[in-house]
Write a protein that binds this ligand. Structure first.
Ligand code: HEC
Length: 253
């Protein structure tokens, strides 16, 4: 009896974890469209411009990305490759998407070295990423002046501030299960504008997350297309089989 109680409790634990995750703000879902190459191209552009100063994509090569997203080597060189080697020559299209920042320097500057983001969409999920990049708010108690509602006390600055603008958190005190009062973020209030409207910013973040989702699993796009092909084939085959059966049985009776 006792044992089964523990087993049930064990099974419920992940559910509880998920439930408390549900309290996060913002908490919006997105559907990544794997076929939307234009969105991923826009995401790639945002990534190399705003993220690659600090984060690498070590398991992705520029020309693999170019091939998958329909970007020529020439366009890669012109618009997407900003890093150089020791001699100051531009990184080659066949190379991995590494960064020039030194790990030790990064650790002193931010407290934690910015992690490689190749697999981040797999480990954190697109839902989390979408909300994280929309969760930065002004907090004067933090060294960089901003905090994040999805990743409290994060060491990353709000690098998309120029696009989004700045907002402050709307906080309410809630009682938790043990009756302790807890400050919970329930919303944001804009305090200064960026170059984008809220809708445009949401779209930009969605593009960026779509790109990271692609980078984490480049084959996913193809796998899905093959899947659709197989289903179409099976459907056509089914119709043929039905017609054939009708033909064979026509004269029996
Ligand atoms: C100025 C450097 C810098 C830039 C630019 C930057 N980040 Fe970060 N980022 C960091 C640091 C430092 C951390 C580690 C924070 C921590 O663990 O407290 C981080 C953490 C993250 C994480 C969380 C990783 C985890 O631990 O799960 C994500 C996701 C992320 N960054 C995405 C981005 C994206 C997307 C961009 C571009 C829009 C970007 N970052 C630009 C410095 C940067």
């Amino acid at each position: 009896m006792k044992k089964s109680v523990w087993i049930i409790a064990g099974l419920l634990l992940p559910v509880l974890g998920w439930a408390s995750g549900g309290a996060m703000y913002p908490n919006d879902e997105i559907d990544v469209d794997w076929g939307d190459k234009a969105a991923m191209q826009r995401g790639a552009k945002l990534f190399v411009n705003y993220c690659m100063g600090c984060h690498s994509l070590e398991y992705m090569r520029y020309n693999r990305m170019g091939k998958d997203l329909g970007i020529s080597d020439e366009l890669l060189r012109e618009n997407l490759i900003f890093t150089t080697n020791k001699n100051g020559e531009q990184t080659k299209v066949g190379e991995q998407m590494r960064i020039n920042m030194d790990k030790e320097y990064a650790e002193t500057a931010f407290g934690t070295a910015p992690p490689d983001l190749t697999l981040i969409a797999r480990s954190r999920g697109t839902h989390w990423l979408y909300n994280y990049l929309r969760g930065f708010y002004v907090d004067d108690s933090r060294p960089l002046g901003v905090n994040n509602s999805v990743f409290p006390n994060v060491g990353m600055p709000h690098v998309l501030m120029g696009l989004e603008g700045l907002k402050k958190a709307v906080v309410e005190t809630h009682k938790d299960d043990e009756g302790n009062e807890k400050a919970v973020i329930v919303g944001f209030e804009k305090i200064s504008d960026g170059s984008m409207s809220e809708a445009e910013y949401n779209q930009a973040v969605k593009d960026l997350v779509s790109f990271l989702d692609y980078v984490g699993e480049p084959i996913k796009q193809k796998r899905k297309n093959v899947g659709i092909g197989v289903l179409v084939f099976l459907f056509i085959f089914l119709i043929l089989a039905i017609l054939l059966k009708k033909e064979y049985w026509k004269d029996v009776h």
